[in-house]
Design a protein around this ligand. Structure first.
Ligand code: ARG
Length: 458
């Protein structure tokens, strides 16, 4: 029998029952549901609704229900509609009629909003740990491989020489911003809706701030209508996940390109690659491709959820039950992607010789222009002169470094013998030493700053 049957004379159609039930997925929140109910029972006692004995019976009974979930022995019954009704039904079987007092002044509307915030807060904190582990992998690699130089690209065309570490850290900084955003949204979601009733508020004056404190929330939500209808914390999480997947998929794409034979900058470990059923020579970067591919479903979860909540009338509507599946699925996807990303990144091998061989003298054309700037020539002019040096070398079918000092002097009188100093990639890289540049010093600064941040996170 369902818990709301009083005004009904007929049973639900079996398909409707199936359509309406959410226990199949919201059982994941069993622990949050038990915790919320235990604190609510205590609040009812503090408000004078339950005797101390009744309170103890309920708290202990709920503990026993939780043990069944933990042990995998909780027996789901035909009429169990969702995790809230299932737990209350089982509580009644264990402690008797006193269980009927638990829901006093409470609604599944404030209950479900509470459960979700507890659940997501705790799971999001676990994700934060995985994200930090990934940032730590990138930072450690960056430190160890500080000497490796590679081509930096814009438009996927060779642009300027950079450090491999600088490239790695560019992604680590995106993930760092993701971590900061996640911390901020965990804080925002950490307000307690319990005690809002179905919509209008709690008639027994339960101490909501006390409950908030007990459940680890920083405060109780300020308006009961808002408390039961707000799902911004889900929306924010889904957006956060989408943006994080943008970052992970761009990182994956870079490495997919870099592990192709044409680039050959990195080799993925066998542990994170798969083979082809037809072509024996193939080793495919499936770990990275799946990360890139799974971004799609995460964006879909966010978009679908936005459509679900758009235009809903105040306050609770059953549409809101559609908030859970994208939340669970997105959490699982992010958890898997972050772990696979960390594993892939920590085990891949770099090919410094291949990276170095891909550097070419034309990538130092900007350095030629900058050489003249240091001799007092305006940059707009030097850019043009360097361009002419590139063309001259091209016309002769040689590298710019093969041009003679006399050739350069003809292009501009400010060129001198030291023009040959330009043809050194390491020097070029180390000149980019303003904060955030690819010089050794400024890359080490980034590493220190990420290490310090990771250290503070504990
Ligand atoms: N299973 C429901 C959900 O996930 C719980 C809230 C039901 N509330 C209601 N008024 N029917 O949203």
């Amino acid at each position: 029998m369902s818990l709301w049957g009083g005004r009904f004379s007929e049973k639900n159609d079996p398909l409707m029952h199936q359509f309406n039930q959410s226990l199949g997925f919201d059982r994941r929140m069993w622990k949050a549901d038990i915790q919320g109910s235990q604190v609510y029972a205590q609040a009812l006692h503090r408000a004078g609704i339950l005797t101390s004995e009744e309170q103890t019976q309920l708290v202990n009974g709920l503990e026993a229900v939780g043990k069944e979930w933990a042990a995998g022995t909780f027996a789901i019954q035909e009429g169990d509609e969702d995790i809230h009704t299932a737990n209350e039904r089982r509580l009644g079987e264990l402690v008797g009629p006193v269980a009927g007092k638990l829901h006093t002044g409470r609604s599944r509307n404030d209950q479900v909003a509470t459960d979700m915030r507890i659940w997501l807060r705790d799971e999001a904190n676990a994700l934060l740990g995985l994200l930090k582990a990934l940032i730590a992998v990138a930072t450690e690699r960056a430190e160890k491989e500080i000497d490796i130089l590679m081509p930096g690209y814009t438009h996927l065309q060779r642009a300027q020489p950079i450090r491999w570490s600088h490239f790695l850290l560019s992604h680590a900084w995106s993930w760092h911003a993701d971590a900061e955003r996640l911390e901020q949204l965990i804080h925002r979601m950490n307000a307690l809706p319990l005690g809002s009733g179905a919509l209008a508020g709690n008639p027994f004056n339960v101490d909501r701030e006390w409950m908030a404190q007990q459940l680890g929330f920083h405060s109780a939500t300020p308006n009961s209508l808002y408390g039961v209808s707000d799902r911004d914390f889900v929306a924010e999480f889904l957006f956060w996940a989408s943006l994080t997947m943008v970052h992970l998929s761009r990182w994956a794409e870079d490495l997919i390109v870099y592990c192709s034979a044409e680039f050959g900058f990195v080799v993925l470990a066998d542990a994170y690659s798969t083979g082809s059923s037809l072509m024996p020579q193939k080793k495919n970067p499936d770990s990275l491709e799946l990360i890139r591919g799974k971004a799609g479903r995460v964006f879909g979860g966010m978009t679908g959820f936005m459509m679900t909540v758009k235009g809903l009338p105040s306050t609770y509507n059953k549409d809101l039950q559609e908030d859970k599946e994208p939340m669970f699925a997105t959490l699982d996807t992010l958890s898997a992607c972050l772990q696979i990303a960390a594993g892939t990144l920590s085990t891949l091998k770099t090919k410094p010789e291949k990276m170095k061989a891909s550097l070419s003298i034309d990538m130092l054309a900007t350095d030629v222009a900058e050489y003249l700037v240091r001799k007092g020539v305006p940059f707009r002019e030097t850019h043009h002169i360097a361009g002419r040096a590139v063309r001259l070398a091209e016309d002769r079918g040689v590298d710019m470094s093969a041009l003679g000092v006399a050739d350069f002097k003809q292009l501009h009188p400010a060129f001198a013998e030291d023009v040959t100093d330009i043809w050194d990639y390491e020097v070029s890289v180390n000149r980019r030493s303003a904060k955030g540049g690819t010089s050794r010093v400024t890359v080490l600064e980034q590493i220190e700053s990420l290490k310090e941040w990771l250290g503070k996170q504990g």
